[in-house]
Design a protein around this ligand. Structure first.
Ligand code: CMC
Length: 435
């Protein structure tokens, strides 16, 4: 963080001016360091939704929303999605560098050795209704991991953080597949560690104990790409939740469970499920012919309808992940002979109309990653309510990398935002008969 310039804040209420350092990152907007503001003036800043606030400094992920650029540890997402697999990306996010062959082999072997979950987890799972939403189940199971691994709960101990990171990354696919199989009343498939991380997940999802599971490389590669594209995305809502939660010194499993809970929302990770439901609704109500009516509804603010899979707080250009997902979508549909998939046709038509429509152009609303990822997942056979659980599986490594970075930061403090109080001022409690 270099500091060359200063910002001066002056007031019209008689408060003396204050000078603040301006820090420069390696790229991206400069930040005004206002940490001394309250001490110097007795005033807070007000920024609901963090529209202008950097909550931390980070070296992990960089987004240029105007250019539509996404870098993990400096590497463009396009190169990572094309040349690396998810395990290499996990190693990169956690350690800062891509692994060489022996580092990769050692990391994969460590993760593979932790794919099984404690047998008691099955009994815990059975407490849920079979029709429970997978994200409800995942929030419970991930939080429940705290009850199983008392030896890796101390967030302040680097070795314990490290082993809990491996446990979480290794067990998330097992837990997601367990949640799925439980929901459909099918037998749980134990992990098979000779398979790759992603092929193992596909087998646990779609295999059954009566038959050998045949790995389809195109579908595994597509799922692996979904994992890579969702692995981290700087200080989004769920990552900020994980950081804030962990800032109290809670255990890593509890902090990641908080991230899972936040991700569930339809404005965040839940958008992939909401997007596919939207495409299916358009299909049921007349298909491509009726897209114009749907777009009119989206443009009518009173309808409360949004074009799901469009728009992003940071990207004011095409989300680079959406471009890669669109490519994968073609590959998967071709592989499965679903080139004429009606949902894909609706998505393409919707995208074309929205990209030309004044409403979306003016507001710089472009497709985000969720616009195509739902179609890919549905084609692979993932049920719609499981989409966000797969996002959580992939994002776990990003949450852990961010959490580790926060704890190792010498400036680390418990997160404690302040407020602009607009409620009643001091008043006295009247006896109940006089209220
Ligand atoms: N459809 C219609 N209008 C929209 C949309 C949309 N999807 N997104 C934003 N707008 C409009 C919004 O009504 C507002 O218009 P106006 O200026 O006239 O009031 C303007 O665009 C700015 O919107 P905003 O709500 O202030 O923007 P935001 O940065 O707070 O919201 C967002 C970002 C992602 C929540 C929002 O774009 C959205 O709800 N998109 C649909 C849900 C979605 O696809 N989310 C996935 C995000 S990517 C995956 C992830 O990171 O989790």
């Amino acid at each position: 963080m270099s500091t060359e310039h200063k910002a001066t804040l002056s007031f019209t209420d008689g408060t003396p001016s204050v000078e603040f350092p301006i820090h420069q990152g390696t790229i991206g907007p400069d930040v005004i360091d206002i940490r001394k503001l309250y001490g110097a003036t007795g005033k807070f800043t007000y920024d609901p939704g963090f529209l202008s606030t950097a909550s931390c400094n980070s070296t992990i992920t960089y987004i240029d929303g105007d250019k539509g650029e996404l870098l993990y540890r400096g590497y463009p997402i396009e190169q990572l999605a094309t040349n690396c697999d998810f395990m290499e990306v996990c190693y990169l996010l956690l350690n800062g560098e891509l692994p060489n062959e022996s580092q990769r082999a050692e990391f994969v072997s460590r993760v593979s050795n932790h794919t099984m979950v404690n047998e008691q987890m099955h009994f815990f799972l059975r407490g849920f209704r079979r029709d429970a939403h997978p994200m409800a189940v995942m929030t419970g199971l991930v939080g429940g991991m705290s009850a199983f691994y008392p030896d890796s709960m101390n967030l302040m101990d680097k070795n314990q953080r490290d082993i809990s990171a491996i446990r979480l990354i290794a067990k998330m696919p097992t837990l997601v597949a367990m949640a799925y199989k439980y929901g459909i009343g099918a037998p749980h498939m134990y992990p098979k560690n000779e398979l790759s991380y992603t092929a193992n997940f596909m087998r646990m999802m779609f295999g059954n104990p009566c038959e050998d599971y045949k790995v389809n490389d195109v579908l595994v590669r597509a799922m692996d790409r979904i994992f890579i594209l969702h692995a981290d995305h700087e200080q989004n809502a769920s990552t900020s939740t994980v950081r804030l939660c962990a800032s109290s010194g809670t255990n890593p499993f509890a902090a990641i469970a908080a991230g899972v809970a936040c991700l569930w929302g339809p404005s965040h990770g839940g958008a992939n499920e909401a997007c596919l439901n939207m495409l299916m609704e358009i299909q049921q109500n007349g298909g491509v012919e009726k897209i114009g009516d749907f777009i009119n509804k989206v443009k009518d603010k009173d309808s409360g309808v949004r074009l799901m899979g469009f728009g992003h707080r940071v990207y004011k250009n095409y989300d680079p992940r959406a471009k890669l997902m669109r490519e994968t979508c073609h590959e998967v549909l071709n592989e499965l002979g679903l080139q004429d998939d009606p949902l894909f046709k609706i998505a393409m038509a919707l995208e074309k109309i929205a990209l030309e429509d004044e409403y979306f152009v003016k507001r710089k609303l472009y497709p985000n990653v969720d616009f195509y990822s739902g179609i890919v997942q549905k084609a692979i056979g993932i049920p719609v309510p499981l989409f966000t659980a797969i996002f959580a599986l992939a994002r776990t490594v990003g949450w852990i990398a961010q959490l580790n970075e926060m704890i190792a930061d010498p400036e680390y403090k418990i997160g404690r935002p302040r407020q602009l109080f607009m409620g009643a001022t001091h008043r006295d409690v009247k006896p109940i008969g006089q209220r």
